[in-house]
Design a protein around this ligand. Sequence first.
Ligand code: NAP
Length: 250
Amino acid sequence: MPDTEKTGTRTKVIAITGTSSGIGRATALALAAAGATVVLGARRSDRVEQLAGEIRERGGRAVALATDVRRRDDLIRMVDTAVTEFGRLDVLVNNAGIGPISPLDDLRVDEWDDMIDVNLRGVLHGIAAALPVFRHQGFGHLVTVASTAAYRTVPGQAVYSATKTAVRTVCEGLRQEVGETVRVTVVSPGFVHTDFVNAVADPHARAALVASRDAMALDPAAIADAIAYAVTQPDQVDINEIVVRPTAQR
Ligand SMILES: NC(=O)c1ccc[n+]([C@@H]2O[C@H](COP(=O)([O-])OP(=O)(O)OC[C@H]3O[C@@H](n4cnc5c(N)ncnc54)[C@H](OP(=O)(O)O)[C@@H]3O)[C@@H](O)[C@H]2O)c1
């Protein structure tokens, strides 16, 4: 029996992408507070270093890495760091994502490409980095942050929805392929109060989203709690999908 069965997060080594803000940051703090050792990545390495320092000051174990999920090697480095510094990788949280949403008529093709590269290719790079290690260890857990946009598409979100629907599909395929030793969880948030909407280029659309966010969005801690719930289940319990919306969201 791997010792991950013994004590929930206390003995777990957990790598998390996109920890420089929002849901990733909240998840790192929640899991570290619960005793996990965390390996933190994002491109804004100053922010990630600061977060790792905060966690260590509180008595936790954390390392920070400059990580761009568009680069496969960066995900390999995250996974390798977990294994070389802490002996194993129990969980990879594929959280990094962007949402520069716009109507298709705007032809913001570069932004479509960016969403595909970060939201879909980034998750695939995470799977490619972690899966061989999980296979070798005989245990592991892939947690991916998708979105309610993976379940319901609205105007302006076609490409974003497509990327999130795709990662949900990839994770379902992975779940069916990996058998009993690797757990696969998709956590799909509704509106969460983060910097996410800042990427929207059109100022009117962005202002409308900010107003809507400020009226109803969830604290990122709500999503961190959902991730912690999945991670802390006994090893034979595989929480496959969690959808978390503000009560006010339709
Ligand atoms: N907020 C919402 O309402 C909402 C709803 C549903 C789903 N989500 C999903 O939740 C996840 C987290 O978003 P958030 O709301 O917490 O937004 P956020 O505050 O903007 O955080 C996004 C994180 O992703 C990282 N990131 C972006 N591009 C990256 C790249 N190429 N490589 C590595 N990291 C990258 C950012 O770090 P750097 O810029 O420093 O790299 C940042 O840490 C995303 O997958 C998003 O799709 C959010």
